[in-house]
Design a protein around this ligand. Structure first.
Ligand code: CU
Length: 100
């Protein structure tokens, strides 16, 4: 599984510099998205997050008013995730981030 995730997207990074690639890791960030108020909101947020290059998985919960995003920190950052939700019309903030 891990090998599959790494193989395609990171080959270029590995080629350019090994050091950069070695620092790359899958991260999971939990974003608080208080502006979600109906059943469509989490879908909009999820789609916006999934469009960010480097994001491998995004889920959004109306109930919890949060989104959980798995991403490659060599390709994107929490700030870019927040930008993406903002562009979709939702202010978000980081609840927590951890290396996976
Ligand atoms: Cu809505």
């Amino acid at each position: 599984m891990k090998k599959l995730k790494f193989a395609t997207p990171l080959i270029l990074a590995f080629t350019i510099t090994w050091a950069d690639a070695a620092l790359a890791a899958m991260q999971t960030a939990t974003l608080s998205v208080p502006g979600m108020y109906c059943a469509v909101c989490p879908i909009t947020v999820k789609k916006a997050l999934e469009k960010v290059p480097g994001v491998t998985r995004a889920t959004a919960s109306l109930e919890k008013k949060e989104a959980v995003v798995t991403y490659d920190d060599a390709k994107t950052s929490v700030n870019k995730l927040l930008d993406a939700t903002f562009e979709a019309g939702y202010l978000a903030e980081v609840k927590g981030a951890k290396a996976k």
